[in-house]
Design a protein around this ligand. Structure first.
Ligand code: MG
Length: 273
């Protein structure tokens, strides 16, 4: 009987020693919050019996000033605040952006000048952007207030005046163009400002250029979830299937649809993720 007790005590001591050693090793390898979560899950086995066994304090979470009362997050990169178009250029020839800079802090597509893109390039981002369909209403379907927000410069989230204006659902406002219709149509009346809040995770490619992980996108349209971590299957061409050219960081691009769709934009900022 005594022998069994001694063996049990020795076993318990060994187990405790192993757990302590594991904790020491773990603290050396934690470099990010993500690591901490994964490793923490490892060393909490067997299940703790005290609350402290499932609590950790490092690494600290960064403090970010909130986007309330018209402010932007303290770590956001402002891409357009109404003061200039200096951060933008035409995609086709890299010349200075020729879109109209308006007195109300917005910019508007200048007819047939072409798409514009940010000079800066990004990977995974949280993007805030506001857009407005033009008045008076002109034309039908895809030719009414058409523009678009191209993530990494090649994946279009559709901007369209869809109010009383039917079109193919995988090309309507809030769609991943020609791929994924939105979960809801949440536009404000034509001529008022819409808000898109977008979470984008870029695709990953191997060294040979093959895609190993698709991009994903989540979109809130005026606070309504319209894309829920949706897979982006590739580029978003007008004609043909999505393509998957390998790429690294890319710009944010805004579309001149080429049909005098005078869509306006304002308050554009990103947070790099
Ligand atoms: Mg478009």
């Amino acid at each position: 009987m005594k022998k069994i007790q001694i063996i049990t005590i020795l076993f318990s001591l060994t187990l405790l020693s192993c757990q302590e050693k594991a904790k020491e090793e773990v603290s050396e390898t934690i470099t990010t919050v993500e690591d901490a979560v994964i490793i923490h899950e490892e060393y909490t086995k067997p299940e703790p019996t005290e609350p402290e066994g499932t609590e950790y304090y490092e690494p600290k979470v960064p403090v970010v000033g909130p986007a309330t009362d018209g402010k932007i997050p303290s770590d956001a990169i402002v891409l357009f605040d109404g003061s200039s178009l200096d951060g933008w250029m035409h995609t086709q020839d890299s010349t200075a952006a020729k879109w109209h800079l308006n007195n109300d802090g917005s910019m508007t597509v200048a007819d047939k000048t072409g798409n514009i893109r940010t000079k800066q390039e990004f990977g995974d981002i949280q993007l805030h952007i506001e857009w407005r369909s033009p008045l008076p209403v002109q034309r039908e379907g895809q030719n009414r207030g058409n523009s678009g927000i191209f993530l990494d410069g090649i994946y279009e989230i559709q901007v369209l005046d869809n109010n009383d204006n039917d079109t193919y659902v995988n090309g309507q406002v809030g769609s991943i163009y020609k791929q994924g219709p939105p979960l809801a149509m949440a536009s404000v009346p034509t001529g008022e400002w819409n808000v898109y809040d977008i979470i984008y995770h870029a695709p990953e490619f191997n060294q040979e250029g093959g895609k190993i992980k698709s991009a994903t996108v989540t979109v809130l349209h005026n606070g309504v979830l319209i894309q829920d971590h949706t897979e982006i299957k590739g580029t978003t061409p007008y004609i043909g299937w999505p393509k998957n050219p390998p790429h690294g960081k890319g710009p944010l691009m805004l579309q001149d649809h080429g049909d005098d769709s005078r869509v306006s934009y304002r308050n554009i900022w990103v947070r790099e993720l």
